[in-house]
Ligand binder design. Structure first.
Ligand SMILES: Nc1ncnc2c1ncn2[C@@H]1O[C@H](COP(=O)(O)OP(=O)(O)OP(=O)(O)O)[C@@H](O)[C@H]1O
Ligand SMILES: N[C@@H](CCO)C(=O)O
Length: 293
C-alpha cells in the first residue's frame, strides 16, 4: 500500500487565470492505494457524500487509467469539494503520485502534472493544470502548456471558505470571451508584479499583483457577500484579496502577524451577509508527500 498527503491549492491568484497556483500548507487530502485487478474507489471525510465513487466520474479513476495502474483507492477528504481550494486536484495529484510509486512507473513530478490534469478534465471539462501543478510540486507554480515552473515562496495567506458551493464547470461559464487591450495590459502588469513578489517573498507585492478586472468581477457575483468580505479583509490589514480558484473560497495575502485579524474580519463579513464561513490561516506550502509504503 502507498499513502500520500496531497495539499489544497489556490489557482489563478487573480491575475494568473489558468496559469498561477500555490500549494497551501493546510488543509489536505490523504490518498491510499493498493494494487487490484480493476479500479475501485472509497471516499470518506469532508463532503464525501457529494463525491462519486464510480471510476468514470471520480477524478482518481481518470488518473488510474492514464497511468494504466488499476487499484483500490481510498480517499480521505480534508479539502471540501466545490470549494475553490483545489479539492479535485488534491485527489488527482495524490493518486498520481501514489500510483506512480505503487507501480514503480518512475515518472518525475513534472511528468505527473499532465496525468493528474486528466482528472481535472473529468469535473470541469478541461485539463487545466494550475491546481495539480502546485499540489504535486509545491510552492508558487506557473503552468503553461509547454512547461511548469515553480519557486519556493514563503507567503502567509488566509483562505476563507463560505458554506456555499460553486462548481468549476459553472464558474467557467461566466468567464468573458473577450477582453480589451487596456484590460490585457493591466493584467500583464499585475501578473508580473505578483511573480516578482513571490520571488522576493514580499506579501505587499503579491497582494498588489492579485488585482484583476476581467475574470474576477464576473466570478465574484457567484459569491454572496464577496465585495464586503474583500473590503473587510483589506481594512483588517490584508495586502490583497481575490477569488480562490473558481470560488467560493476567498484568498487574502497578508503579513503573518495580521492573519488572525484578517481571518476574523472575513468570517464576520460573510456572517453579516447571512453566510456561515470558516477560515484557514495558512501559507504557501510543499507539494504532495509520500509518507508510508
Ligand atoms: N476525488 C474527488 N475529490 C473532489 N471532488 C471530486 C472528486 N472526484 C470527483 N469530484 C467532483 O468534482 C467536483 C468538485 O471539483 P471542482 O473543481 O468543482 O471543485 P474544487 O476542486 O474545490 O475547485 P477549484 O478547482 O476551483 O479549486 C464535485 O462535483 C465533485 O463531486
Ligand atoms: N483555473 C481554474 C481553476 C479552478 O479549477 C478556474 O479558475 O476555472
Amino acid at each position: 500500500m502507498v499513502t500520500v498527503r496531497a495539499p489544497a491549492t489556490s489557482a489563478n491568484l487573480g491575475s494568473g487565470f489558468d496559469v498561477f497556483g500555490v500549494a497551501l500548507d493546510r488543509p489536505a487530502d490523504v490518498v491510499h492505494v493498493e494494487r487490484a485487478d480493476r479500479t475501485t474507489i472509497e471516499v470518506t471525510g469532508v463532503g464525501s457524500q457529494y463525491i462519486p465513487t464510480d471510476p468514470g466520474r471520480n477524478v482518481v479513476g481518470a488518473v488510474a487509467e492514464a497511468l494504466d495502474a488499476p487499484a483500490h483507492i481510498r480517499i480521505d477528504k480534508g479539502v471540501r469539494p466545490s470549494s475553490g481550494l483545489g479539492s479535485s486536484a488534491a485527489s488527482s495529484a495524490g493518486a498520481a503520485l501514489a500510483l506512480n510509486e505503487l507501480y514503480d512507473r518512475g515518472l518525475s513530478r513534472e511528468e505527473l502534472v499532465p496525468i493528474a490534469a486528466e482528472g481535472e478534465a473529468v469535473v470541469s471539462g478541461e485539463a487545466h493544470a494550475d491546481n495539480v501543478a502546485p499540489a504535486l510540486l509545491g510552492g508558487f507554480t506557473v503552468a503553461t502548456p509547454e512547461r511548469v515552473t515553480t519557486i519556493d515562496a514563503d507567503i502567509p495567506l488566509v483562505a476563507c471558505l463560505p458554506e456555499i458551493a460553486v462548481s468549476t464547470r459553472d464558474a467557467r461559464r461566466v468567464v468573458p470571451e473577450t477582453a480589451s487591450m487596456e484590460e490585457l495590459v493591466h493584467t500583464v502588469g499585475r501578473a508580473a508584479t505578483l511573480s516578482v513578489g513571490m520571488c522576493r517573498r514580499d506579501p505587499k507585492l503579491v497582494g498588489a499583483g492579485m488585482d484583476e478586472r476581467i475574470v474576477t468581477p464576473a466570478r465574484a457575483k457567484l459569491i454572496t457577500g464577496y465585495d464586503d468580505v474583500r473590503s473587510a479583509a483589506l481594512a483588517a490589514g490584508a495586502d490583497g484579496v481575490t477569488v480562490s480558484g473558481a470560488g467560493p473560497a476567498v484568498l487574502a495575502v497578508c503579513g503573518a502577524h495580521a492573519r488572525t485579524r484578517v481571518a476574523a474580519a472575513m468570517i464576520e463579513a460573510f456572517d453579516d451577509a447571512g453566510v456561515a464561513a470558516r477560515a484557514y490561516k495558512t501559507r504557501v506550502g510543499s507539494g504532495a508527500e509520500v509518507f508510508d509504503f
